[in-house]
Design a protein. Structure first.
Length: 549
């Protein structure tokens, strides 16, 4: 494939970006009252206002040309059709099959995966109903009231953050807890205080090889046995989600208690599989299903809407515009909704693990930037800390603001304040404050001319900083499903344009291997240390402090 930077659309976008020197979004809004309407788009209950971006019709046309030249449509269709698009691992990429309500088959290597998907959804529904109805009890006959989900990465972030985001819909009979980190403090904090007789442990690991999850499960099993449970009672209290059925049964999990998943579901795309079981337990199957339905609606939109009216495509192209033509190295997510506070961390894994790559499909080093750093936190908190850098720092940081138009709390005054802050921030980023405005504001304050000039300079805000605003009604399960799928597909489109494989994670794999090599040395006090000098010294310090480790 022609190198990305040699494509006509790329070259044209480069010259269009240079033409913007000296232009200001504030003037564009003054000159064009229809700008906000023209640059807004709505799908699946989500309204995107992208008018506060450094774009005009010509730039948008250039970006859509780029998507065409990189065959985004064909690549999208290949993913939905179950082709082997994860070519470094030889796998299809089919999280979309997990929320496929079309009734149509999805073929992988000549086999329809839908019967297994639907059977697993039935298994989830039955299990959740048995827990909620009290049919499935703990070994002493107590109903299950506590669920501890053990997993990390995609086997943690999706369930935890989606469950947190849907707090108004929580099932009252169940309290859900999450343990991810191998740091023993985490599991100790969660298990202490729980009654093992009414606790269910859900171990989630696609590979069934992840150190943190295996160790936390062993610790939980010890806790269960030490608390009075017998080995014969484990089956009532421990279930597992994994694609590695053999390893799970060898570990001692009853085959009946294993919820399957498949190698064509990437970890960071796995909340739609049985990895989402804790969500179903915490919300009830109805809301869990709505989550999947919302994602399915966004899948249809992504697959069917013309490129120019396609939300994920548009958001992907805007991101590419800043990363590749303005040198933006990060992208901030600003949910103005407390329950959505974990969303930046969710997208962090989704985006950075997918597109944090520097080799393109043709095994060549790329000569352009790929995935940006994703960060952010809930508004308004960030306004009182890091927003300063976005307003007046030297780096360009495109932002996505998110706001539900209706909320479940009764505090209307709060909601209006929240919304006013959200809108005020994107407005401030766009319009800034000119030197003349700052200077005029300082009139009559008794300042010397020098002081007034100096202060006005400090108070000048350049503005012209890009942002998207995403609005939706109540953040219910359906809307959340659509929102997550929107970001999934955005990441896919960007990966398709950059030509990277968005579905492997070799960098993470290396860290796991080296960590295990070091563990072997930490646990053997007299083992020779043959790593680099820094690692050797760090290990020695640890050994001295923990002679019995
Ligand atoms: O579900 P598991 O196999 O335990 O994997 C958990 C996590 O492991 C790795 O860190 C991967 O990079 C993640 O994508 C994955 O979600």
């Amino acid at each position: 494939m022609t190198s990305l930077t040699q494509l006509p659309a790329w070259q044209q976008l480069q010259s269009l970006s240079r033409n913007l020197a000296g232009e200001h979004m504030r003037d564009w809004f003054n000159q064009d009252p229809g700008r906000a309407d023209r640059y807004s788009l709505e799908a699946c209950g989500i309204r995107l206002d992208y008018s506060k971006n450094l774009i005009n019709d010509q730039i948008l046309a250039g970006l859509f040309d780029l998507a065409n030249e990189r065959q985004v449509g064909n690549k999208r269709d290949a993913m939905f059709a179950g082709e082997i698009v994860n070519h470094t691992e030889g796998r299809a990429v089919l999280h979309t099959a997990l929320r496929n309500f079309s009734g149509k088959p999805v073929m992988v290597n000549g086999e329809d995966v839908m019967p297994e998907v639907l059977a697993t959804q039935d298994k989830i529904r039955n299990f959740v109903e048995r827990i909620h109805s009290g049919q499935h009890k703990g070994y002493t006959g107590k109903p299950i009231k506590q669920v501890v989900s053990i997993g990390i990465g995609g086997s943690f972030l999706g369930p935890k953050i989606m469950f947190e985001a849907l707090k108004p819909y929580w099932h009252q009979a169940i309290t859900l807890h999450f343990v991810a980190n191998v740091d023993g403090c985490h599991i100790q904090d969660v298990l202490s205080g729980l009654d093992h007789e009414e606790t269910l442990l859900v171990m989630s690991s696609k590979s069934f090889t992840t150190q943190e999850t295996l160790q936390n499960t062993l610790t939980a099993r010890d806790w269960f046995l030490k608390s009075g449970g017998g080995r014969q009672d484990i089956a009532r209290h421990f279930i597992c989600v994994s694609s590695n059925i053999q390893a799970a049964t060898e570990f001692g999990i009853d085959e009946e208690n294993i919820f399957p998943m498949w190698d064509w579901v990437g970890g960071r795309y796995s909340l739609w599989s049985a990895i989402g079981l804790p969500i179903a337990l915490g919300l009830g199957y109805k809301h869990y299903r709505e989550l999947l339905e919302g994602a399915y609606a966004m899948d249809r939109h992504f697959a069917e809407a013309p490129m120019q009216q396609n939300l994920p495509v548009l958001m992907a192209l805007l991101g590419i515009w800043y990363v590749n033509f303005f040198g933006a190295q990060s992208h901030v997510l600003l949910p103005y909704y407390h329950y959505l506070r974990g969303f930046p961390a969710y997208v962090q894994q989704l985006d950075m693990e997918s597109n944090g790559k520097s080799v393109a499909g043709n095994a060549e080093q790329v000569d352009y930037s790929t995935g940006p750093v994703i960060w952010g936190s809930e508004g308004t908190n960030g306004q009182h800390s890091f927003h300063q850098l976005i307003h007046q720092g030297q780096v360009l940081i495109p932002a996505d603001f998110m706001l539900p138009l209706n909320v479940h709390n009764q505090n209307e005054a709060h909601h209006a304040m929240l919304a006013s802050n959200c809108f005020g921030q994107s407005q401030a980023l766009m319009q800034g404050k000119s030197y003349d405005e700052a200077y005029a504001e300082l009139a009559g304050k008794g300042l010397s001319e020098d002081k007034r000039v100096s202060l006005a300079t400090h108070k000048t805000m350049p503005g012209n900083k890009p942002s998207n605003t995403l609005l939706f009604g109540q953040l219910d399960a359906r809307t959340l499903g659509a929102l997550v799928a929107l970001y999934e597909h955005k990441v896919f489109v960007q990966g398709a344009i950059w030509g990277v494989n968005s579905f492997d994670q070799w960098g993470v794999e290396l860290g796991k291997v080296l960590g295990n090599n070091i563990l072997a040395k930490l646990q053997k006090a007299d083992a020779d240390l043959d790593f680099d000098a820094s690692t050797n010294a760090l290990i020695s310090h640890f050994r001295q402090a923990n002679p019995g480790a």
